[in-house]
Design a protein around this ligand. Sequence first.
Ligand code: LLP
Length: 421
Amino acid sequence: MDHFDYVDGAMQVEQVPMTTIADAVGTPVYIYSTATLMRHAQVFRDALSGLDDPLVSFAVKANPNGAVLATLGGMGLGADVVSGGELLRAIAAGIPADRIVFSGVGKTADEMRLALTHGIYQFNLESEPEAQMLSDVAVSMGKTAPVAYRINPDVDAGTHAKISTGKSENKFGIPYDRAIESYGAARDLPGLEVRGVAVHIGSQLTDLAPLEAAFVKVGTLIAALREAGHDIVRADLGGGLGVPYDPSQPLPPSPADYGAMVARVTQGWNVRLMFEPGRVIVGNAGVLLSRVVRVKQGAQAPFVIVDAAMNDLMRPSLYDAWHDIRAVAPTGERGSANVVGPVCETGDTFAMHRDMDVVADGDLVAFMTAGAYGATMAGTYNSRPLVPEVLVSGDKWAVVRERPPIEALIAADIIPDWIGG
Ligand code: LLP
């Protein structure tokens, strides 16, 4: 469910025609719908309404735009951050530190210091050496860090290998079988207060079974840890719920299905449950709007060359991801096309042999479901400035991140004076 609809034959976002934004801001441009964002956050929260005071911390990596974070923070969501930068962005957007969780395998001492200074809710530790480092940092500051260990349950999430995180060969978490020892060691470290268990097995999951298998293991571990004398009061169940990208595929489980499974599996745990959803909150709330530069005849199907490229939306080239591609003003005619960007790599391909609206030079096309892991993963390859972002709310819209001028990219390079010229 989203708020990108056709009205009188042309796509608009809420009450704003896509053409209005394209004309004013240019293309490519990311466009987000506030109504969709808020709806997804509310649906996710409603799905957990049977739980006692759950903490929903939005995974900032999915979309760190300050206006998006402020919208979600305003609804009471917290933030799951994986860097000092994300932490500062969440705080700048008004998300209180006591709703912030810090995940990630490579937290540095500086990042730990920053998070301790702000007094975040929890550090999700991913290794024993990391626990040692956090202990040292906390002691040096005279502080106590609330921690959970992220366990690696060795469960196959059944998603793309590059976004699967819960198998024993992945870099994430502490091995499940060593967890009791790791927790024992953490208890003996000064400056740490062991509070919970965390798990996150991957992203874009379209089946609840692997999540359930991982949560069952968390439940077993909580009981064992309590038996060993640990005061476990929180369980962080991560993110990972998939969203529909391809309308021809079966729908992924809904937040309500997920919430019901969580309620069933976690019954009697007697902890505060925490969640780190990213994609399911912002995925369908954003599109990448692009203009067709030209259509070029190909050997089999025409190449639709658009002004967005792999650097703007990396998901197709990185994960062979499927994004629906729709004409903003469809003629009703459909055909097969290859949709590509201008970057000089064959990997700069959004779709091959795609049955889609027939488009012509100058037409606008929308890459749907691009609100998660879209703008945030963009780069400047081929000296293409980062894509701007626009947020719509009803009939209002605002540029929430400007397109940097190419001069800024050039000015950032420093040419040492030993080079002549
Ligand atoms: N928590 C942790 C510790 C994570 O690593 C992630 C995502 C999340 C929560 C949020 O997961 P979500 O609910 O969004 O599935 N760039 C990839 C996705 C990478 C996900 C990384 N971790 C993509 O475009 O598909």
